[in-house]
Design a protein around this ligand. Structure first.
Ligand SMILES: [Zn+2]
Length: 82
């Protein structure tokens, strides 16, 4: 078997390995309420902090790092989390 399994998930931003995502079924299925399951907690929290400020008009778009911007923009659709 030469195929390498791609079971390890990496953060979409900082590329660090994501822990805690078990692809195997857990007994108590937790529903992930996080909008970005492909991000690590660090980046996720960072995005949320930035997004809060952004949507509170404390932060301008050009002040946000480009790597975060698409995620922050997509948060608009899930703005009920704020
Ligand atoms: Zn990350």
């Amino acid at each position: 078997m030469a195929k390498s399994r791609k079971e390890k998930h990496r953060c979409g931003i900082c590329k660090s390995l994501l822990n805690g995502i078990s692809s195997k079924g857990s007994k108590t299925q937790k529903k992930v309420s996080r909008p970005f399951s492909g991000l690590c907690v660090k980046c996720y929290e960072r995005i949320f902090k930035l997004a809060k400020r952004y949507y509170a008009n404390e932060l301008r778009e050009e002040e946000i790092e480009l790597k975060y911007l698409p995620y922050i923009k997509s948060l608009k659709r899930v703005s009920e989390v704020f």
